[in-house]
Design a protein around this ligand. Structure first.
Ligand SMILES: Nc1ncnc2c1ncn2[C@@H]1O[C@H](COP(=O)(O)OP(=O)(O)O)[C@@H](O)[C@H]1O
Ligand SMILES: [Mg+2]
Length: 296
């Protein structure tokens, strides 16, 4: 019986841990020990259940809190251009013959609508779950292309590209572009008086490491924990929506990657992006499915 008890103890909680169902074997001191063990297991199970439930509740309220924050943010971001748009339309309706006014207002309408479209696109990406498509690409080349797009914003900023990935990697190109543009643009915006922006890539073991280093304003420690929150921004309306890093974080999570930040106020900031060096497309897809199933 002692042997059986000891085996059952070893089995708890993953395998069968019943010692015996035979009541006659539980009468003496060893029997009491066995009963004690079984009661202990029951109490442990109960505690574990309570813990799981508490964790689920905590997870749920956390989710509701971020949902509330997200909705408030969307309302604010859409309301801003919307007010202007409605005003434009109202004035145009009041003066249907005034061509000069119409010519002046149509570009404003266009700009406002584009802004809403931009916010919506970012939001869709933020919630995007199931449609990452992996293909073999030259990451260094994608990064070069992204900074060609951003070139007109560089002005007094010196750009250094230190790109060392010689192979192609299996990755979602659109997601990668967005990650690079978001972090690259942030770095540029952090250096209004100029500075240097260094982007480096390398492979260390099974990881691709991309760093984006700027010599800009840096990030104050007090706001560091908020920068990945949706709609958190320190920028003027029109300059930032506060979605860039939230989208980046969400995309990286879906790709099995991660992002870290180090910053010294007044000196600059380094964002380090890590990606698995070659997630096989099939594996990546399985990861997404199990993730999607876990959501309710
Ligand atoms: N490279 C950087 N240097 C300084 N601050 C940064 C940098 N990147 C991000 N931040 C801070 O994080 C905030 C959130 O960034 P982001 O999510 O891209 O939103 P947005 O750029 O629209 O404000 C920024 O408003 C800024 O305060
Ligand atoms: Mg940004």
């Amino acid at each position: 019986r002692i042997k059986r008890l000891s085996k059952a103890m070893g089995n708890y909680p993953d395998q069968d841990y019943t010692v015996t169902d035979d009541k006659q074997l539980l009468d003496d001191e060893i029997g009491q020990l066995i009963t004690g063990f079984q009661e202990l297991c029951n109490r442990l199970d109960k505690t574990q259940q309570d813990l799981d439930q508490t964790m689920q509740q905590a997870f749920y309220s956390e989710k509701m809190a971020s949902l509330g924050q997200l909705t408030a943010g969307i309302a604010h971001e859409i309301n801003n251009p919307l007010g202007g748009l409605l005003n434009c339309v109202k004035t145009m309706q009041e003066e249907p013959e005034n061509l000069e006014l119409h010519n002046r207002y149509v570009p404003l309408l266009d700009k406002g609508l584009k802004r809403i479209e931009h916010i919506m696109r970012q939001l869709l990406n933020f919630g995007r779950k199931a449609n990452l498509t992996f293909s073999k690409v030259d990451i260094d080349e994608i990064i070069r292309e992204c900074f060609e797009l951003l070139e007109y914003r560089l002005k007094k900023i010196t750009l250094n590209l230190d790109l060392n990935l010689s192979e192609s990697y299996c990755i979602d190109v659109e997601a990668l572009r967005q990650i690079i543009i978001n972090t690259g643009l942030n770095a540029i915006q952090a250096m209004p008086e100029g500075g240097s922006l260094t982007v480096s890539t390398k492979q260390t073991y099974a990881r691709i490491v991309i760093t984006i280093t700027d010599t800009g304003t840096g990030i104050e420690p007090e706001i560091m924990h908020k920068i990945f929150d949706p709609f958190f921004t320190t920028k003027e309306v029109g300059e930032g929506t506060g979605l860039g890093l939230a989208v980046t974080y969400s995309l990286l999570q879906q790709m099995g990657g991660s992002i870290e930040v180090e910053s010294e106020p007044g000196k600059g900031t380094v964002f380090t992006i890590m990606l698995p060096a070659s997630p096989k497309p099939a594996e990546a897809a399985r990861g997404r499915i199990s993730e999607a199933e876990g959501e309710h």
